[in-house]
Design a protein around this ligand. Sequence first.
Ligand code: SAM
Length: 256
Amino acid sequence: MIDDREGYFQQFNAPIFEATCKEHIDTVMNHSTPYYGPLLYWLVRSAGIRFAVEIGVCKGWTSYFIAAGIKDNLNRAGLDKTVESTSHNGHYYGVDISGIVVELEEKLRAKGLPATMVQKDSYHMTKEDFPLASMFHLAFIDGWHSRQHLLKEFEILYPMMAKGGTGYIVVHDVYGWVAEPMQEVLKDPRYKFEYVRFFDNYGLAILRVMDDYIEDPKHYWPQGPEPDCINEDGTYRTEEDMQAELAQRKKEAGLE
Ligand SMILES: C[S@@+](CC[C@H](N)C(=O)[O-])C[C@H]1O[C@@H](n2cnc3c(N)ncnc32)[C@H](O)[C@@H]1O
């Protein structure tokens, strides 16, 4: 649990953020905790992420949020009935060169989270380091912030990412240490992304892997957008008129 001895939450009232910190494995309010931990949790939840890897875990501030999101996704889908089924259906891997990972893995597992830590230089990681994951829906890169490491991490991780717009690579410090190498990554013809970058806390990028993505706006709403409701002369169409248009379109889309 985050120790609030310094009265952070009294000073900066934020009940939703406070609630997310109550169960945390660490006690210290890290400078990056208010920023991207909760964002990663909700990215994991929103995108239904089940297999994730984090490069550079430090004291597990973001590890906890990612692993907890995976566990909660599995719970929602009824896939976390046993320790074995939980790990099989979703898993968090953390990679760090530091020996702290042993203790971190214990702390995450004590919370019932499906997590494994790999103590390794990320430059040398391979697919075999992640036996439970046939691919990753999320990779969070936040390790050694050199050009050489960043480019290598993309080379290793990109082929392991889920395709079709369901895989996300998140990178920290994109307006800090890795600003220049990130430009190289974004221009590299081997990679296909759509992405967004945030300025705060040295910058964070969320890149969505777009290989094999099929643009199909009718996937979720086959009859198309809601009917226009204003006539050319500025008057409103009647409800019956709009319903008739919608019924016709549903018929044409084979929905009725
Ligand atoms: C900025 S911290 C990670 C913070 C964490 N992602 C968070 O937001 O809570 C960077 C971490 O990268 C690790 N690291 C440094 N060089 C590394 C390397 N070559 N391979 C793997 N991890 C490395 C460090 O040990 C450190 O724990």
